[in-house]
Design a protein around this ligand. Structure first.
Ligand code: FDA
Length: 396
């Protein structure tokens, strides 16, 4: 390292840490961003299937889960999705809108990483990779940071080491350890935006359906999402399942409407009236993928060859419920191994929502995913990283 004395040391060269480093360095602060990984921002690289869903234009606080839903308001208002998009446009990065507000890189997520790294370097910020932090001590004027590459001092210390998801990419609980060291509470963490696993009879019931996908409405308690739904070898996935997984707690039931735009009972009744000779199997296959429709009939011992005219209302209702109100309790989730985010994290009650500074240890800041603010699927999590990183960057 060229200097062991910095104004600002940021631990974690991910989305939030790089944004904070850029902003602080632009303000003339001497900044070091350090990361234990050999490459920076690896989660940006793999995000959005390699194209990084870098923001959502309609991001509002209601798209985030937190014990304190108001905490994210200030940062999201001060550095908005449009502010980030402005940087993307000025840089000349080609992007496209996938569905209502979800913006992706047209070419590669690497475009976003290159922009952030160039912005950091242009502002004079220094990036150090492959360095781990072994300890942090508060000194009178700031912090002493013990690293695998010697000691650093910093007036301000920013922790941007993310959450626990995808440990094989270097995710650690480092931020929570530092937070606890300085007296912060941690809201219990759990995997979010993650597929459900099924076991025993439930898994046997969906055997052979892996790869079948459709649009479904999935609900847990008061939360619900209508989006893609996918059967897998181990359970259920797809955007609707990932979204609802963030609201689910073990033991709770999930209700799936496999036909969100239609009342199954009305449909079956009208088919019985209009086409009494049609078989039940063919009628259901008109509204569901064939592999799934056959299986739904099997679940309820309904003969696919039965003529519609021979079926009573009770049978039609059973079938309609199976389609419009399929209810089950997941066995679990795929966990941090595949989760896109970590729910919970550093309790926001002891952080400033304006600057992300600790109220228990002045000069210490927490930004990004390690804080108890978790977005929906769709670019919201990066927006939180940009907004919280930006907010801290103005203050450190
Ligand atoms: P992030 O995890 O990005 O960065 C933390 C950095 O800290 C890493 O570089 C890590 O190496 C480093 N670090 C960790 N421990 C350390 C230690 N002890 N010492 C030093 N360094 C340490 N979101 C979204 O909005 N749109 C999307 O398209 C996607 N797609 C997506 C796909 C997949 C597969 C995943 C896993 C996640 C997403 N996300 C997403 C979520 C998004 O990636 C995530 O919310 C942000 O990367 C969080 O940014 P942070 O900077 O907070 O942490």
């Amino acid at each position: 390292m060229t200097a062991a004395k910095f104004d600002v040391v940021i631990v974690g060269a991910g989305a939030a840490g790089l944004m904070c480093g850029i902003e602080a360095a632009r303000r003339g602060r001497r900044v070091a961003v350090i990361d234990h990984a050999k490459k920076p921002a690896e989660k940006i690289r793999i995000s959005g299937g390699g194209r990084c869903n870098f923001t959502h234009l309609q991001a509002t606080p209601k798209n985030f889960l937190s014990q304190n839903p108001h905490f994210c308001i200030s940062a999201l208002k001060r550095f908005t999705p449009w502010d980030f998009l402005d940087r993307v446009v000025k840089r000349g990065i080609r992007y496209f809108e996938k569905t209502e507000g979800q913006l992706f890189c047209e070419t590669s997520a690497g475009d976003i990483i290159d922009m952030l790294l160039d912005d950091l370097a242009d502002a004079g910020g220094e990036l150090y990779l492959g360095i781990s932090v072994e300890g942090v001590t508060k000194t009178g004027p700031g912090f002493e940071i013990d690293t695998s590459n010697g000691n650093l001092t910093a007036e301000k210390l920013v922790i941007a080491t993310g959450g626990l998801s995808i440990p094989k990419m270097g995710a650690t609980g480092f931020a929570y350890g530092i937070a606890r060291q300085f007296g912060h509470e941690i809201i219990e963490t759990r995997a979010g935006l993650v597929p459900f696993t099924l076991g025993g009879e439930k898994l046997a019931a969906i055997e052979g359906l892996s790869g079948v996908s459709l649009t479904a409405r999935v609900a847990c308690g008061k939360a619900s999402f209508t989006d893609g739904f996918l059967f897998t070898h181990r359970g259920l996935s797809g955007p609707a399942i990932l979204q609802i997984s963030s609201y689910w707690k073990p033991g709770e039931a999930i209700e799936v409407d496999l036909l969100p735009d239609m009342n199954g009972f009305d449909y079956l009744q009208s088919r019985r009236k209009d086409r009494p000779k049609q078989t039940l199997g063919n009628v259901v296959a008109e509204i569901q993928p064939r592999r799934l429709s056959d299986r739904i009939l099997e679940w309820h011992d309904l003969p696919p060859e039965a003529r519609m005219a021979d079926l009573g209302n009770a049978t039609l209702q059973t079938l309609a419920d199976a389609v419009n109100r399929w209810t089950f309790i997941p066995d679990g989730t795929e966990g941090y191994r595949t989760a896109e985010v970590t729910l919970g994290g550093i309790d926001t009650r002891a952080l400033s929502s304006q600057t992300m500074e600790s109220q228990l240890c002045p000069g210490l800041y927490f930004i990004g995913e390690c804080v108890d603010v978790t977005g929906w699927l769709g670019g919201y999590n990066f927006q939180w990283a940009w907004s919280s990183g930006w907010a801290a960057g103005q203050a450190v």
